[in-house]
Design a protein around this ligand. Structure first.
Ligand SMILES: [Zn+2]
Ligand SMILES: [Zn+2]
Length: 347
């Protein structure tokens, strides 16, 4: 089969690889129909994720059709159309029982396209398939559902739920990439009064206005924090969602959080940040971190099926699997290419 293979920082290649086979009875082999590239894949390309070793097939998002099932699978059969979660989980260990699938103690968590081969290929082996795949309802738009593998649950769980967005809140989202936009779409479940989007790219800020941001702040001059304070009468925001993963974006969040507010970190940080406890110790704030658990995927699936949330808006480009290198070029130059999510189709 064709697969996108990582060979160390900056080195990717579309190669012929053996089609995966069932390795344990809880596995399923899924024929990928549509997949995508995540910002995390770009981090891997830079060498920021040491668990990804030479020869790994990348990708942790996608939809497809079950080709083979392990002997112990009870939820799925050959031919079922499925959504692949970016988090693989046994559903049985202590952490899974708490809903903390990202820290599955039986070798689950974020493993696809990381510790094991991923979805940017014609086929993928999904361990613990009963708990890590979701049936695709009849009539669903499968492209839209690719947004449910990772970005929608990540924006919702790590941004909106951890940030405890409430009706009437003022929310700032720092970072208008796909994850920040997913937080923007799902924050609106809770009717916040204001959602302020912060980014350096005017195109992304325009898109975020269409998606429901009430105000936008361009941070090209590095003065976003002062601008957000001015927009909030120097009160700050009830919820500051960090969706970039660099020290300066975290710094904006800790500067603009109001007394009693929440900082919800989503960004993948490669460097330490300074936490200004000298200012925050008496500010009654909460800071949350976490990898997505994808426990909200079934709920989000219903909101997408009903049209309440329309994640298809995030898709800007389409490629065939044999053009996956071109897809990486486009996604890697997102600002110039005006790219949000790209769909890669395996026909
Ligand atoms: Zn991802
Ligand atoms: Zn588990």
């Amino acid at each position: 089969m064709k697969a996108l293979v990582f060979h160390g920082p900056g080195k990717l290649a579309l190669e012929d690889r053996p089609t995966p086979v069932i390795a344990t009875p809880t596995d399923a082999i899924v024929r990928i129909t549509k997949t995508t590239i995540c910002g995390t894949d770009l981090h891997i390309m830079k060498g920021d994720v040491p668990t990804v070793t030479d020869g790994r097939i990348l990708g942790h998002e996608g939809v497809g059709v079950i080709e083979q099932v392990g002997a112990s699978l009870s939820n799925f059969s050959v031919g079922d159309r499925v959504l692949i979660s970016c988090i693989t989980s046994c559903g049985k260990c202590a952490n899974c029982k708490k809903g903390m699938y990202s820290h599955c103690e039986n070798g689950g968590g974020w493993i696809l396209g990381n510790r094991i081969d991923g979805t940017q290929a014609e086929y993928v082996r999904v361990p613990f398939a009963d708990n890590s795949l979701y049936p695709i309802p009849a009539g669903a738009d499968e492209e839209a559902l690719v947004m449910l593998s990772d970005i929608l649950p990540t924006g919702f769980e790590c941004g909106v739920l951890n940030g405890r967005v409430k009706p009437g809140d003022t929310v700032a989202i720092v970072g208008g990439g796909p994850i920040g936009l997913a937080a923007l779409l799902t924050a609106q479940f809770y009717s916040p009064a204001e959602i302020i989007m912060v980014d350096v790219d005017d195109n992304r800020l325009e898109v975020s206005k269409k998606f429901g941001a009430t105000k936008v702040v361009n941070n090209s001059d590095g003065k976003a924090a002062a601008k957000v304070m001015a927009l909030t009468d120097n009160r700050g925001v009830d919820v500051a969602i960090e969706a970039v993963g660099i020290p300066s974006s975290f710094d904006i969040c800790q500067t603009i959080v109001a007394a009693g507010g929440h900082i919800a970190n989503i960004g993948v940080h490669g460097k330490p940040v300074q936490l200004n406890l000298d200012k925050l110790w008496a500010h009654n704030i909460t800071l949350t971190t976490g990898l997505v658990d994808t426990v909200t995927t079934p709920m989000l699936l219903k909101t997408v099926m009903s049209g309440k949330v329309q994640p298809k808006q995030l898709i800007t480009h389409h490629f065939a699997l044999h053009d996956v290198m071109q897809a990486y070029n486009t996604f890697g130059n997102a600002m110039k290419e005006r790219a949000l999510k790209v769909i890669i189709t395996n026909d």
